[in-house]
Ligand binder design. Structure first.
Ligand code: HEC
Ligand code: HEC
Ligand code: HEC
Ligand code: HEC
Length: 327
């Protein structure tokens, strides 16, 4: 029902919920990824599994929405939990987990980890490239897939359900920015350093996270306005979000005049009125932004975008603290 097709189509309602039959669950990843799993266990993403259903505010929201059991209602599930279909039964296996961000694993778990059937020393460079290409094709979302990663974060961190906000009293979304929200408690770059360090994103990578994140913020908010039916909280919040993102992107465009794609995004941002009953024009604008963002990820790696640095939030803004690996 959901899944990658939607992400790639750029029209995701909630890009995160994957095909539940292809979810392996975090224990399947933990077998090899011990440090990454430990880091994940200290995040809100992990803890929401137990904490949210017991939260007073959660029960208030649920009551207003007519939801009787939070864990059995699809309304909350896609953003707060990981559902796995085992023996034709849907089961809750975790909060927001590995596959919520990296894609449902069944089709790529073996591919990505088996060094083309050799040992790491004997796999040729060409074989390794082919392996990663195959893993991508089978739905793995790797750290370098900036656009898909960002779509997943924003698929949950902006709440595109009008009723849930207006009637349920749920927040319309987080004050989310991709650098500051990925480099704090969420950071688990412990694999390629063999567990020696939790390595922060490089300067070039932070530029890409910042730029693509802002673009996806705008894209998501514009789609969100397209869905609004009433002049009330949800519509206002989405419009505020879109307006803030387009102002930030205008500043980015000014700082990097040599990146024509950013100027295009700013144009699209003003191509459709941020108002009700305008879904067709808003969707077209969001689709345009999406195309430009994908083009950016294909053309740039951040190394030439140093002029964005003064705009990018520093460590004092990071959400939570990155876990130090135990050695
Ligand atoms: C059998 C062991 C094994 C299992 C199980 C496993 N992985 Fe991996 N994973 C690896 C290996 C080995 C690599 C590094 C391959 C390389 O560097 O060429 C890796 C690399 C990765 C990377 C980094 C990719 C990159 O671009 O650098 C991610 C992300 C990842 N795995 C996620 C997962 C997730 C999510 C799961 C569970 C659904 C999982 N892995 C299950 C062994 C495993
Ligand atoms: C579109 C995704 C999405 C859906 C659907 C969703 N949530 Fe959330 N929820 C979030 C995100 C993201 C946060 C974290 C917000 C933050 O801290 O920035 C959150 C936070 C919360 C909080 C803490 C809120 C607070 O005000 O401090 C509660 C409680 C909650 N959600 C309950 C629910 C319940 C109950 C449902 C189902 C009726 C639900 N959520 C559906 C994404 C969602
Ligand atoms: C909230 C989304 C999210 C969740 C949940 C998540 N990851 Fe990641 N993962 C990322 C992002 C984003 C990066 C790249 C971070 C960066 O840019 O610094 C990453 C990087 C990685 C890497 C590369 C590490 C390295 O050393 O370069 C591995 C391996 C990985 N994740 C595995 C996992 C496993 C296993 C789980 C579950 C235990 C998991 N991830 C849960 C988003 C997530
Ligand atoms: C499947 C939905 C989902 C995805 C995908 C997701 N998140 Fe979240 N995230 C949540 C929810 C729900 C919460 C709130 C959990 C709680 O506190 O109960 C949250 C909380 C957080 C927090 C803690 C916020 C705080 O209050 O301190 C951070 C940081 C965060 N997310 C970052 C990210 C990043 C970065 C990504 C993408 C790489 C991402 N998230 C992807 C649903 C998601």
């Amino acid at each position: 029902m959901f899944g990658l097709l939607l992400i790639l189509g750029g029209g995701a309602d909630n890009a995160t919920a994957s095909d539940t039959a292809k979810i392996m669950g975090p224990n399947a990843c933990a077998e090899c990824h011990k440090q990454e799993t430990e880091a994940w266990k200290s995040t809100h993403h992990f803890k929401t599994y137990r904490a949210m259903p017991r939260d007073a505010k959660a029960n208030e929201i649920a009551k207003k929405m007519g939801v009787r059991r939070i864990k059995s209602e699809s309304l909350c599930v896609n953003c707060h939990f990981t559902l796995q279909n085992k023996n034709n039964k849907e089961q809750f296996v975790a909060g927001v987990s590995c596959e919520s961000c990296h894609g449902a694993g069944q089709d790529w778990i073996k591919v990505h980890s088996e060094f083309s059937g050799k040992t790491i020393l004997f796999e040729t460079k060409a074989e390794a490239q082919a392996r990663w290409k195959l893993a991508d094709a089978k739905g793995m979302i790797r750290p370098r897939a900036f656009y898909q990663l960002a779509k997943n974060c924003y698929g949950c961190h902006v709440v595109p359900q009008e009723d849930l906000v207006n009637k349920g009293g749920h927040r319309a979304g987080s004050d989310f920015e991709l650098v500051s929200w990925s480099q704090g408690e969420v950071l688990h770059n412990t694999w390629h350093s063999k567990g020696r360090a939790n390595v922060p994103a490089s300067a070039a990578r932070r530029r890409m996270l910042y730029l693509v994140g802002l673009g996806v913020d705008l894209e998501t908010a514009i789609r969100g306005i397209g869905r609004a039916k009433t002049r009330w909280l949800y519509a206002f919040e989405m419009a505020k979000r879109a307006d803030r993102a387009r102002k930030q992107l205008a500043a980015v465009a000014k700082a990097a005049p040599d990146v024509p794609e950013i100027a295009e995004i700013v144009k699209y941002a003003h191509a459709a009125g941020l108002k009700l009953n305008n879904e067709r024009a808003l969707t077209a604008a969001a689709d345009g932004i999406s195309k430009q963002l994908i083009a950016i990820t294909e053309k740039y790696d951040g190394s030439t975008l140093a002029r964005l640095d003064p705009l990018i939030p520093g460590p004092e803004k990071y959400k939570g603290v990155a876990r130090k690996p135990d050695n």
